[in-house]
Design a protein around this ligand. Structure first.
Ligand code: PLP
Length: 421
């Protein structure tokens, strides 16, 4: 809701006066246009429900790209945040703070690793993982300085920094932002032979999403990740799993890699780690990898701050109970069953694991964005990706009835789209 005390009248000149239009027009005027949001203006949220500035409620079927895995304003997380806000929020890493070690110990334990490098955004975790891999390559593997390469997958999404977009295939994300960072080789996702062919003596890491999220929730062939794991071990290359979107319960396991019994050398985590409250990301690995960093070689003023660390500790505790992973597995099976029944009725294909689904719709029924607008009009918030694909990723606290209701809305939106063609 606009705050009358801080909104000068001139800001509203020429703007339609209904609340939603005002908010969108102000966004349009003052916020950089690097997103094209659906025309919904959120004002509050609880659990799986978002309420807009007019009081209309929407079922959240995106969960902030998995950052809200535990639902909006989960009481345990909010209680931790309130308590820590009243105690200590930031001292920087110039001093020790009592919340950081318990968080790192808990997260390392969850991952079965020795150490944690705390950062903030997901992209920072990826950047940090790349730096750690290059430093490990130079200091431990013996690659000549500046000669390291990292093998990545085509159609990856790892974030938006200059280095990360350097190995993206998304022209919209790249165009105009060069020069690009060298040192990356891209192979088709799921093709272990191509990946093996790309690895040479200067390869320090394979950086991969176990399930590609932004690409449309692409699950690799069954032997892919086990073969990547074996190859990395044989060639002395770090396997880095970007579990920023796929991890922390989303696929029905703590980590998506578990579906293939694969343990990477390095986990990159983010999004849900911050409990849907603040940015908190991490690089998690054993001491022989993270130990390559020494004072001054890497850092972040806010990385691992007491507020984030307290919230992260609560999040890890919640994941240790296993209930969110089980919910995601059980309710995810229900979600996928319901979606598969729509194949041939406007849906072409459904992919994914747990409460994470990529749904290709018949392109003749419209774009994914048009379907998302129609769904929003019916009270369900989801997000398109690449043309005619929708992704569904509700908070893991969603109920079977709520899933049924959302899929009923989706089926009706498809029927409407078919009628209006
Ligand atoms: C797999 C993956 N890695 C990295 C990122 C970047 O995270 P952030 O937007 O927090 O920088 C994302 C964001 O969607 C992601 O899905």
């Amino acid at each position: 809701m606009l705050h009358p005390g801080t909104t000068p009248v001139s800001m509203l000149d020429g703007v339609d006066t209904d609340t939603v239009s005002v908010a969108i027009a102000l966004d349009d005027r003052y916020v950089a246009h690097n997103y094209a949001p659906l025309p919904v203006v959120a004002a509050s949220a609880e659990g799986v429900w978002i309420t807009d500035v007019t009081g209309r409620r929407y079922l959240d079927f995106l969960a902030a790209y998995s950052a809200v895995n535990f639902g909006h304003r989960h009481p345990e997380i909010i209680a931790t945040a309130h308590a820590q806000l009243d105690t200590l929020t930031l001292v920087s890493r110039a001093f020790h703070a009592d919340r950081l070690a318990p968080f790192c110990a808990a997260l390392a334990g969850l991952c079965g690793k020795d150490m944690v490098l705390p950062m903030n955004s997901g992209a920072e975790a990826v950047e940090s993982g790349i730096k750690v891999a290059r430093k490990w390559g130079t200091d431990v593997k013996g690659v000549a300085p500046g000669a390291a390469n990292i093998v990545v997958a085509q159609n990856n999404f790892h974030g938006r920094t200059t280095t990360i977009i350097s190995f993206s295939d998304d022209e919209t994300a790249r165009r105009g932002f060069g020069p690009y960072t060298p040192g990356f080789r891209s192979v088709p996702f799921g093709d272990a032979d191509a990946l093996a062919a790309a690895v040479d003596d200067n390869t320090v890491a394979v950086l991969i999403e176990p399930i590609q999220g932004e690409a449309g929730i692409i699950v690799p062939p069954a032997d892919f990740l086990p073969r990547v794991r074996r190859l990395c071990t044989e060639r002395n290359v770090l396997m880095i799993a970007d579990e920023i979107q796929s991890g922390l319960g989303r696929t029905g396991r703590t980590f998506a890699c578990e579906h293939w019994d694969v343990v990477p050398d390095v986990y990159l985590l983010g999004k849900a780690l911050g409990g849907g409250v603040l940015p908190l990301s991490a690089v998690v690995a054993d001491r022989d990898v993270l130990g390559v960093l020494h004072p001054g070689e890497h850092g972040s003023t806010f990385g691992g701050n007491p507020l984030a660390a307290a919230i992260g500790t609560t999040v890890v505790g919640m994941l240790q109970r296993g209930e969110y992973q089980s919910r995601s597995a059980e309710l995810g099976a229900h979600l996928h069953r319901r979606l598969e029944m729509l194949i041939g009725h406007g849906v072409r294909a459904v992919r994914g694991l747990g409460l994470w689904a990529g749904v290709d719709i018949d392109p003749e029924l419209g774009t994914g964005k048009q379907l998302c607008v129609a769904l929003a009009e019916r009270g369900v918030l989801a997000k398109d990706t690449h043309g005619s694909t929708l992704r569904f990723a509700p908070p893991l606290v969603v109920t079977a009835d709520e899933i049924d209701w959302a899929i009923d809305q989706f089926a009706d939106a498809l029927t409407d789209a078919r009628r209006s063609r």
